[in-house]
Design a protein around this ligand. Sequence first.
Ligand code: PMV
Length: 339
Amino acid sequence: MTKINDQAGTRNDALSSSSFSAPRSASASAPGKLILCGEHAVVYNRPAIALPLSQIRAQVTVAAGPPGTGLHLVAPDLDRIWSAAESPADPLCELAHATLLHLGFGAVDVRLTMLSTIPIASGMGSGAAIGAALVRALAAFLGRALDPAEVSALVYASEQRYHGTPSGIDNTVIAYEQAIWFQRPNATIEPITIAAPFTVIIGDTGMRCETRLPVGEVRRRWQADQATYEALFDQVGAVVTRVRDALAVGDFAALGVLLDANQSLLEQLGVSSPELEHLIMAVRNAGALGAKLSGGGWGGVMLALVDESSRERVAEALRQAGATQVLETRVEATLNETG
Ligand code: PMV
């Protein structure tokens, strides 16, 4: 079973001290994520499987500010600086305050600088990763360690305020940074057994879509015809269970077929798009074992399962088909209990 690293991604530049004294700065990071299967149905209590994308990360550095200046956020990528005093309802300012409250601190004079290589609103968990890095960096700055469950809960509460009904899968996979089986309503998390490593290629449509939009559309459709949509969610849940079995024995041919089946169900749920299907068709023609959209849909990214013989061809096919970004991620095998 994969070990959970409680301190994942934190670094505190403070001189060590048994009692808290303001350090110069502290940094923390959090990974992007990819939903392998089960998105949307996961909002309706079916299981889903998600993978951390450890190679693409958000990073937050907290530095002490002059006394009385309060909390400032800096996003150099967006060329933006803002303060909690001017924008108290800003989601990241609220998350910072919730974190301070959780840690038993009041106001602090700090500057939080955020950097991220995760594309925004693309289905790779950019918002949750920035949130998790911010929570961890503030905690590290204040000389505290938070376990993944606390990080996850703080980020979830923040996402809930701004994204309606998030399932909680994003904050969970990002805070724990391991492949997970996730299921509501109790946010049950189980590690996934992966018998052999495999490679996934991610293609970005370049179209940005806020998750709450397709989630809202599925909600409307479900409210109008619960029997049909509950049946579709059941089928997605069955696919996810079979994906877990395929991963456990390293049957990647079966995994590819299951990813295709999940895509077909996502199309029926109404969250695919012509741009996603264009990339999916291109990778299937180039020999991918299976392909589907990943995340909220209506834009964002798709994923393709490849083997060594199709890896390069699939990446090239995506570039030819107009993907604005092509990323490759290798998913490592988990250690088995005896090994
Ligand atoms: O768009 P993303 O990557 O945040 O994925 C959302 C996944 C959904 O199942 C569509 C919504 C959710 O909250 O789980």
